[in-house]
Ligand binder design. Structure first.
Ligand SMILES: [Zn+2]
Length: 70
């Protein structure tokens, strides 16, 4: 005797054209580069905002990612 299983539900995933995705990809890449700059290169001497406040805020992340620090 066979047991009837319910049919799997189908999901329609909308296709997003690449032309609509490109600005968001560029924006996300820019934000990513900004985050990488603040985590890796912001040492206080070449900081965008003066001082090393951002360096201190991301200090644990620097050590976690292996960037040279002190
Ligand atoms: Zn450090």
């Amino acid at each position: 005797m066979a047991i009837a299983t319910p049919a799997a539900p189908t999901v329609d995933v909308p296709a997003i054209p690449l032309r609509q995705l490109l600005p968001w990809l560029a924006f996300t890449a820019l934000l990513g580069l900004l985050v990488i700059f603040f985590v890796s290169a912001d040492q206080g001497a070449i900081s965008i905002p003066a001082g090393n406040a951002i360096h201190e805020w991301v200090h644990d992340g620097r050590h976690l990612l292996g960037y040279p620090c002190h």
